[in-house]
Design a protein around this ligand. Sequence first.
Ligand code: HEM
Ligand code: HEM
Length: 241
Amino acid sequence: MTRSAPYQPLLLRILHSCSGILAITAIITGFLVYNTFDKRFGKIPIPKINPIQDIHGTAGLFFLLLLPALVIYSFHIGQRRLLQADSLQQLSQFNRPIWWVSLQRLANTLMLIASVLAVVSGRMMKEEWLPLGELNHIWYSFHLIAWLLMVFCLAIHLLMSAKVGGVPLLLSIISWKFRPEDSPKNWFSSLRSWWVNFPSNVKGEVGQVIANNLVLGIVEVFVLVGIVAAFLLPLFFAGGE
Ligand code: HEM
Ligand code: HEM
């Protein structure tokens, strides 16, 4: 039996590629910040890079700016690929194909949760702390844990995508080819028709979430509140902890 090649919507590919590159840059430059100023849990012998905090802060900030778009896409247009109402129950069907698919959807969802923890704790960090040797701030501990979580979740995300769809699925998220009906020319008209029915669309969606997938609804609220907090909290707690 031949399987047709997996296809990813163009909008997802654009959002996902930009966020993915920024997240990986933040993970690497974050490690280099640690390797320059902290080194408590081990180090790799490479030269110190003094402006590394600025480079990392910039990558992190751009990642945060893009995150709301990826999140809104994933929870609405791409909802099918996140945690489903029956995913947790399917996780008991060990080693069956559906078990791997559920695990992959769980991994996709965890990527968004880990991202929120990283951006909130990152926003609460102060540039002055690490060069002064102040390594015991609570937000710094959270930020280090968030790094571990990002690395762990990314590994599971990649492994599960590879397990479920193999190399063709991994390549499909970075391919440049798109179908004519998926052209950016059509985005505006679909956005307009969605907007025309805005109130009933939202009511319908909220109803559907409550009826079908309450867990995902709760995760979405958590993620959205987290992103708003990442933008606003630093304005209220300028001193940091
Ligand atoms: C070992 C890992 C990491 C270390 C040591 C680290 C360190 C830091 C430091 C020192 C800052 C403050 C820099 C500044 O304000 O200019 C910061 C900010 C930030 N970090 Fe990290 N980070 C790490 C991993 C990550 C990861 C994995 C992400 C996200 C994917 C991330 C996202 C951010 C964000 C969003 C900011 C705020 C930037 C801003 O408001 O300008 N960090 N990080
Ligand atoms: C090397 C990096 C990455 C690769 C190769 C990759 C691969 C993939 C693939 C193949 C899919 C599609 C799954 C499917 O069609 O069933 C996917 C979906 C997804 N990825 Fe990634 N990923 C990467 C990094 C990331 C990062 C850093 C994040 C989070 C910031 C992320 C978040 C997501 C989310 C939320 C989805 C589901 C989207 C939806 O709901 O439609 N990925 N990824």
